[in-house]
Design a protein around this ligand. Structure first.
Ligand SMILES: Cc1cc2nc3c(=O)[nH]c(=O)nc-3n(C[C@H](O)[C@H](O)[C@H](O)COP(=O)(O)O)c2cc1C
Length: 170
């Protein structure tokens, strides 16, 4: 799929078929995450691959929507702020930005392979820490189910470009 088609094609999938995700496709999705750029190439990100079979009850503690554990796989992108680049001028830490770029690579790669995913940030971080056994210093940033879609995309609701872009100054 060419890039322009891909970014139109990707959408937030909120219903999944039980069809397993092929190991080769998972590997391609993870490789796309690995190749994501990060500030100063610090790569302060880890990805947890969760097989959802038999784990619906504990995963529902993290995010209560039924579709969250409906796909055979669930990915969790974590940031390690202590390893991330921080801007010298004001100390701003770019760990979350790095994790977001990894997540975007994962979701676009998934769409390119005919798989669905959906960013989930509205999860309970305390439950995520407990269920996934996250050590101190590791922050769960976003989850994404990964599986074959059982729904269809709606219209792309976006601001017009004129409401988004400024030229030369604000
Ligand atoms: C940072 C971020 C957090 C999100 N968190 C959630 C979430 O917790 N639950 C959910 O259903 N969708 C979540 N979404 C999906 C957005 O609602 C969705 O991307 C947006 O409405 C645009 O729709 P589209 O992805 O289908 O193009 C999130 C998206 C982003 C980028």
């Amino acid at each position: 799929m060419d890039f322009a088609t891909l970014i139109h094609h990707r959408y937030s999938v909120r219903a999944y078929r039980p069809t397993p995700v092929e190991e080769g496709k998972l590997a391609q999705v993870l490789e796309a995450g690995r190749l994501a750029p990060t500030a100063a190439n610090r790569q302060p990100v880890q990805i947890i691959v969760i097989h959802t079979t038999g784990r619906a009850a504990e995963l529902r503690r993290i995010y209560h929507r039924e579709w969250f554990s409906q796909a055979p796989l669930l990915l969790c992108v974590c940031a390690l702020p202590g390893q991330a680049w921080t801007r010298g001028h004001d100390g701003k830490c770019y760990a979350d930005v790095d994790a977001a770029i990894v997540m975007d690579h994962l979701t676009l790669a998934a769409a390119d392979l005919g798989l669905g995913s959906c960013w989930v940030a509205a999860f309970d971080p305390a439950a995520a820490r407990e269920v996934l056994g996250l050590p101190p210093g590791v922050e769960p940033i976003a989850f994404a189910p990964l599986g074959y879609p059982a729904d269809a995309p709606g219209p792309k609701l976006r601001k017009p470009l004129a409401d988004l872009v400024h030229y030369e100054h604000w």
